[in-house]
Design a protein around this ligand. Structure first.
Ligand SMILES: [Fe+2]
Ligand SMILES: [Fe+2]
Length: 334
């Protein structure tokens, strides 16, 4: 979208009537761009609520990427082989990269990374609740890759068509990397499932613990989701929480069969009429409880994040000093 920019939008006449006229012209241009599936770019005029909604969503997404490094990095030193260790290190590093793309995308909306991190550290912005569960065994690394990264892909592929350009473009690369994450998890679980009876049991136990929290990753049911309808009207979201959750269940059932593992839901069965799998009721009390901060690892994740931020202060200082020096040198030689 390039029709009306923030700059050309300033009212040169100064009269309230001209203000109103400008505002409605901007709103009309914005609505038309969204309706025509055009991208909204950082310098385009956008409703304040659209900007705020994107900041909230992109920040929460960025926070999830960097907090998500913790449960898995917990296993880097104990990976069972050099190959597994190399794969896991690469995956955790990818997640740091995803955080960086997303903080950069959020910055195009006029917020600073410091401000967002501050909100994360003080609990004023959330990250995905899934990362408040512990990784108890090596098989959890597989279950996270298969189910958590799998759910993330299901959520994020439609975001590649999100109406906000920088977010949509960041998602293209993120999704390519996530699909490798999903495969490494699947392959890890397959190796365990086909291993000794103890290894098979460990894989099954991990799937039993991660299945339901993965379904919660799609957010509350459509009729209870406060942001959904507006996000869909703005084409930030393309599908509802329940649609995406159903899609994920349908994808996972045959994959679980191929893995030789069972999904822990006695009500899970194919519904011929709907052309989808029916599944059991989700325990939303657990979801809201973990979201409120009462999950098994909420405290630990935030404490670790704050510590990592403090310990990284010298790196930020050094980078800023270096950039300032380059700037001065540049001016001296100009
Ligand atoms: Fe990621
Ligand atoms: Fe990932």
């Amino acid at each position: 979208m390039t029709a009306v920019t923030a700059e050309t939008g300033t009212n040169k006449h100064g009269s309230p009537a001209a203000d109103d006229k400008d505002a409605s012209a901007h709103a009309a241009a914005f609505d038309a761009a969204v309706a025509a599936d055009e991208r909204i770019e950082p310098r385009d005029w956008m409703p304040e609520a659209y900007r705020a909604s994107l900041v909230r969503q992109i920040a929460q997404h960025a926070h999830s990427e960097i907090i998500g490094m913790q449960p898995e990095s917990n296993w880097i030193t104990r990976a069972p082989s050099l190959r597994r260790k190399a794969i896991l290190m690469a995956k955790v590093q990818d997640e740091a990269g995803h955080g960086l793309y997303l903080y950069s995308a959020a910055e195009t909306l006029g917020v600073s990374r410091d401000e967002l991190l501050d909100k994360l550290h003080s609990g004023r912005q959330k990250y995905s609740s899934i990362f408040n569960y512990p990784t108890l065994t090596w098989a959890d690394v597989g279950a996270i890759g298969w189910l958590v990264d799998g759910a993330a892909i299901t959520n994020q592929v439609p975001l590649c068509r999100c109406s906000y350009g920088p977010y949509a473009r960041a998602m293209v690369r993120v999704c390519k990397e996530e699909s490798f994450h999903q495969r490494q998890g699947y392959e890890l679980l397959l190796a365990l499932s086909q291993g000794t009876p103890e290894q098979h049991a460990m894989a099954q136990d991990a799937v039993d613990r991660w299945w339901w929290p993965s379904l919660m990753m799609f957010g509350p049911p459509d009729d209870e989701s406060s942001h959904s309808a507006q996000s869909m009207a703005w084409k930030i979201k393309r599908h509802s929480n329940d649609e995406l959750r159903q899609r994920f269940v349908d994808i996972c059932v045959p994959q679980a069969e191929a893995l030789g593992l069972t999904l822990p839901d006695p009500d899970l069965r194919w519904n011929e009429e709907r052309g989808h799998h029916d599944f059991g009721a989700i325990d939303w009390t657990e979801f809201w409880d973990v979201l409120k901060g009462n999950g098994p690892c909420n405290e630990q994740r935030l404490t670790q994040r704050r510590r990592a931020h403090e310990e990284g202060a010298w790196v930020r200082d050094a980078a800023a000093a270096y950039a300032a020096k380059q700037h001065t040198n540049g001016e001296a030689t100009a």
